[in-house]
Design a binder for this molecule. Sequence first.
Ligand code: PAF
Length: 284
Amino acid sequence: MKTIHTVKELQVIIKQHKKEKKTIGFVPTMGALHSGHISLMKRSIKENDFTVCSIFVNPTQFNVKSDLDKYPRTLDADSEKLAKAKVDYLFAPSVKEVYPSGTKKSVKVNLKGLDKLMEGEFRPGHFEGVVQVVHRLLDIVRPTRLYMGQKDFQQFTIIAQMIKNLRMKVQLVVVEIQRAKDGLALSSRNVRLTKAKRKWAPIIFKELKKIKRSMKSKTVDEAIESALDALGKPRGYEPEYVSIVDGYTLKPIKKWSDSDYIVAATAVWAGKIRLIDNIILKKS
Ligand code: PAF
């Protein structure tokens, strides 16, 4: 695997591959890689002639400065994992490389309110930062396919909207959530859970599955109530939201028959750690 730090160097390589009509898979990350990320790499490697992974802790998507400072930076360990997975290129640019004229200028995309619901309510400005950086990275890498995880449901929905809105020539591939044996969705944050909080963490996926099972016996509001209640029970646990939404618009549904694509999503505080998860309840 070759590690590249500058846009210029990466673009020379990409240009050459494009000339040879090779397909390019791209996996953007902020590092602190776990097996969820590696599943994205493996899928990209399988489906493309070569794979680029970026590691860039994007300052514009953090709405709390201390979160940015605390974000784990583990480039050496990440690099080893990527080499083992047989990723071709690791792109690890500086902030200056990604934003040469500062972080203010960003692409204008009509997100149709997708960024204001669910996570957007609690993390103002977050998705604007995500759109800004993914747009910039796509502009640098010009991949054939872009790989993102289903765990960040709202994130990939927003990026899909950006691609559509700007008619970008890239195919978005969404890879299903990777889970620990007990059901906890894999996340870089899991290692920061205390032992006691980690013990209870499987309750999140359990409650999401319970919502799916209760679609025949409960109303949408009852299902949400019941999940909120259960997720607030373990000591130090506090659900921020449980939303049952249309998978395309992310707007809350009132009845199970309101949409043919329904997703339940949640964010839960486990002590100081915020965990998110989701489940597709219906897709036809
Ligand atoms: O999901 C992430 O790790 C980030 O939001 C992304 C897509 C790499 C953009 O910085």
